[in-house]
Design a protein. Structure first.
Length: 331
């Protein structure tokens, strides 16, 4: 029993450590500073959105529209920035759009009682269509250099290329982590505190554990769900703006399959698809497992088609693992 409890609490952390060490030993340049920066940047967007997907899953729902929200917010931020000449106006437009999308999802699911799968599947299609309409079906380049700083700088103002070129690990670290990495870390901290130290976090877990009992306990279930999806839309939009800044353009075809990667990371980290169970530490570990596997496949030049197979297999394994844990708890 003690071993089972230990596995439930730290099993995926052990898996990640073993995976990371194996990659560092067996794959050339995996543990280089340049690749560590690349790995960190590759999980930033996923990590940010996973913070709020954790709340969706823990409450018994999920949101597969986040990939379209990420793309649309980045495109809209680029379009508005170009048309107004104001980077801040563009960013605010992207964030507002994502927030409204999340609010619409939450209201439809909570008030109209429509299944989260159907609601967010429909929203995903609608928002992706809007993304192509707004962009005219092509990438939207941005002429304002200030727009690029959000995704291509470090906190002390040192460009990523300069930091990555430093041969000494300590010197490079002192030069400052990339701004998107700090943003992701900030999301982990803020939403970790929100989950573990606030009534909102406890209510989220209570709703996912037993919705009827939560209602009887006086929890405002509908209002909580609307707030969860609104936060999901806002954070997905912010991730989209950061991604557009990194790519120096709004890409309407970006983030395809993004939502499945986010959900896979959460489930790998121990967040139950049945609701009521989830930790921020576990989510972080799950996100880094997904990112490490992707990074390792890229370094080994694994063809893209095989990478799709690997990601699908990981998602299936994560779901099966979740089901086995739930059966073990019921037995």
């Amino acid at each position: 029993m003690n071993w089972r409890n230990l596995w439930d609490k730290a099993g995926m952390l052990v898996v990640f450590v073993v995976l990371f060490v194996a990659c560092a030993i067996c794959i050339e340049n995996f543990f280089s500073w340049r690749n560590m920066i690349g790995l960190s940047l590759s999980v930033c967007s996923v990590g940010m959105v996973a913070c709020t997907m954790l709340f969706c899953l823990a409450s018994g729902d999920f949101d597969i529209s986040v990939e379209s929200t990420v793309a649309f917010s980045g495109v809209l931020a680029a379009v508005v920035t170009n048309s107004t000449g104001s980077v801040m106006t563009g960013i605010m437009a992207g964030l507002a759009a994502g927030t409204l999308i999340g609010l619409a999802n939450g209201t439809i699911i909570a008030k109209l009682k429509i299944n989260a799968l159907i609601t967010t599947l429909a929203t995903m299609q609608i928002v992706r269509g809007l993304c192509y309409i707004v962009s005219g079906g092509s990438a939207v380049g941005v002429s304002r250099e200030a727009f690029f700083k959000l995704g291509n700088s470090s906190l002390p103002g040192i460009h990523l290329a300069d930091a990555a070129a430093r041969p000494d690990f300590i010197v490079a670290l002192a030069a400052g982590l990339p701004t998107p990495v700090w943003i992701c870390i900030g999301c982990f901290v803020v939403f970790g505190v929100l989950l573990n130290r606030t009534t909102f976090g406890r209510n989220t877990l209570a709703i996912g554990g037993n919705k009827e009992a939560a209602l009887l306990a006086g929890i405002a279930v509908d209002r909580t769900k609307i707030l969860i999806f609104t936060l999901q839309g806002l954070v997905a939009a912010f991730a989209g703006v950061v991604l557009a800044s990194r790519m120096t353009s709004g890409q309407p075809a970006s983030s395809l399959g993004f939502s499945l990667v986010v959900i896979s990371g959460c489930v790998l980290g121990g967040v139950s698809l049945s609701g009521g169970v989830g930790t921020m530490v576990g989510t972080i570990v799950g996100v880094f497992i997904m990112g490490t596997v992707q990074n390792a496949m890229n370094l080994m030049n694994v063809p893209t088609f095989y990478q799709y197979v690997a990601r699908g297999a990981i998602l299936l394994a994560a779901v099966l693992f979740d089901q086995l844990k739930q059966r073990g708890k019921r037995s």
